[in-house]
Ligand binder design. Structure first.
Ligand code: BES
Ligand code: MN
Ligand code: MN
Length: 465
């Protein structure tokens, strides 16, 4: 019989090798050139669950990529934890900015990670993080230390909007029934500042196009006499924020739940070093909505950002041209109780309204999802808090996350259960960026912390807390 810390120490090299094996699969869901690789990754995940001791493992076919489902039942009288994660990853480009190839994982030491970090696409988001749960399960099964039932659901389309998963959840409510959902797909504040994410922002993602003349024009012959779609688009986008950096779309803030002073105080307890933040990004000032701190701006306040903008001539040299069309992709991060479909509508009608005569505007919604908040008085939060306290030696700080996992709000609606976000990544992991990495410290600490969650959760559930 070994404790989880002894088990992690004894199996350290194998745990690292197994994760590296998984990271070699280029499971890019956004690009169909990788579709066979995504399917192979699904099989690899199923095998890892079988090896770890799941009784029933299924590769569930969908209209998109398969969902891997697995379970280990102990007793009907015990609670059931559902673990969710995603085996798909973001596209790796721009490739030339990677120090080593994105799908040839390499361990390197950094200032923040003196023990080393694994560099590979998906290392932190989310392969390294869901794999911790599979290794934690392996320990619990082999040591007869699984105190409750567990179900795993690992999908392959999170980075492209979880399209198939929504239908799967709606069609399999009974199969997925659980007492609490556990996800490691977020971060913590620092390696010595454990934290639990208590909220995720919602999202509305739209694409816009502004069309002027029916063809590209000579900018000397026509310049000054017709609307230039790029000039107009830039002007329209600029008008979406006022001088206090508030969003100008009428009704945008109507449903925003403001935090009371006590809630703001609690969030302000999360340590934040402005100088280090600026230095890490090479910026000389932060920028954002007036009246809010940086931590508030990127977590409890809604935003509107251009993600890409294009049109006209962008090749080598100069070409004098007024383009016929200009485009932009725009994301809005939302907070409770904004409704993403309503916000998408508000955006579309406002954007059409502010277009001057002489251009046509199209707004095409992509995907979206609702924001989510985990109540801190939930026994799942308390169990997670006790678990981190055991392995990090201090109580974790609650932190609202700025990113989105849209399926979480749907889990609550369809399965009536709360999600606990036990993330072990760091903001510096460079998720979605070149040189994504995951600290070995974070990976191994995660595996060590997870079994404590199960023990505390079951104890709290049984004591009727
Ligand atoms: N794991 C991230 C979300 C995340 C990261 C939340 C860190 C909080 C902290 C997830 O894989 C992701 O990237 N989500 C997308 C949304 C999705 C619809 C493409 C996002 O937030 O942009
Ligand atoms: Mn993720
Ligand atoms: Mn992601």
């Amino acid at each position: 019989m070994s404790t989880i810390s002894e088990y992690v120490a004894a199996n350290r090299e194998r745990f690292i090798d197994e994760l590296i094996h998984l990271l070699r699969h280029p499971s890019v869901s956004a690009d169909s050139a990788y579709s066979q690789d995504v399917l192979n990754t699904a099989e690899a995940v199923a095998e890892a669950l079988r090896d770890a001791g799941c009784d029933a493992v299924e590769v569930c076919e969908t209209e998109g990529y398969p969902i891997i489902y697995g379970e280990k039942n102990v007793s009907e009288d015990l609670p059931t934890v559902l673990v969710y994660g995603h085996y798909d990853v973001q596209p790796p480009d721009p490739l030339d900015l990677w120090e080593t190839a994105p799908f040839e994982p390499e361990i390197r030491k950094t200032a923040l990670h003196p023990e080393g970090a694994i560099f590979a696409r998906g290392a932190s988001d989310d392969k390294g993080q869901f794999f911790m749960h599979i290794k934690a399960l392996e320990y619990m099964v082999r040591h007869n230390a699984l105190p409750c039932n567990v179900k795993f659901m690992i999908e392959g389309e999170e980075e492209v909007g979880s399209t198939s998963l929504s239908a799967f959840v709606q069609a399999n409510r009974e199969k997925l029934a659980n007492d609490v959902i556990l996800i490691s797909d977020t971060g913590m504040i620092d390696r010595d500042v454990p934290s639990i994410t208590t909220g995720l922002r919602g999202l509305s993602y739209v694409e816009v196009a502004v069309t002027g003349p029916n063809r590209d024009l000579h900018s000397g012959l026509y310049g000054g006499a017709v609307a230039n779609p790029i000039n107009i688009l830039a002007k329209m986008i600029a008008s979406l924020h006022d001088e206090d950096n508030r969003i100008t779309i009428p009704g945008f803030y109507d449903k925003v739940r403001e935090l009371n002073p006590k809630e703001r105080e609690l969030l302000a307890e999360a340590p934040f070093r402005l100088e280090a933040y600026k230095a890490a990004l090479d910026i000389d000032a932060v920028y954002g909505e007036k009246g809010y701190t940086t931590n508030e701006r990127n977590a409890i306040r809604p935003t509107l950002d251009v993600n890409g903008i294009w049109g006209g001539y962008t090749g080598e040299g100069a070409k004098t041209v007024i383009p016929s069309k200009a485009h932009a992709k725009i994301s809005m991060r939302l907070v409770p109780d904004q409704d993403w479909k309503e916000i998408t509508e508000l955006f579309a009608s406002h954007f059409r309204k502010i277009a001057p005569a002489g251009v046509r505007v199209e707004v095409r919604p992509h995907h979206g999802g609702q924001a989510y908040v985990t109540p801190m008085d939930h026994i799942g939060y308390q169990a997670a808090s006790l678990a981190y306290a055991e392995t990090f030696g201090k109580k974790p700080v609650p932190q609202r996350g700025g990113g989105s996992i849209p399926i979480v709000a749907l889990f609550e609606k369809e399965l009536q259960s709360k999600t606990i976000l036990m993330g072990f990544g760091l903001d510096s992991d460079a998720i979605h960026s070149p040189n994504e990495h995951y600290g070995l410290y974070n990976y191994l600490k995660g595996i060590e912390t997870i079994p404590h969650f199960y023990r505390h959760y079951t104890a709290l559930a049984q004591s009727g807390a």
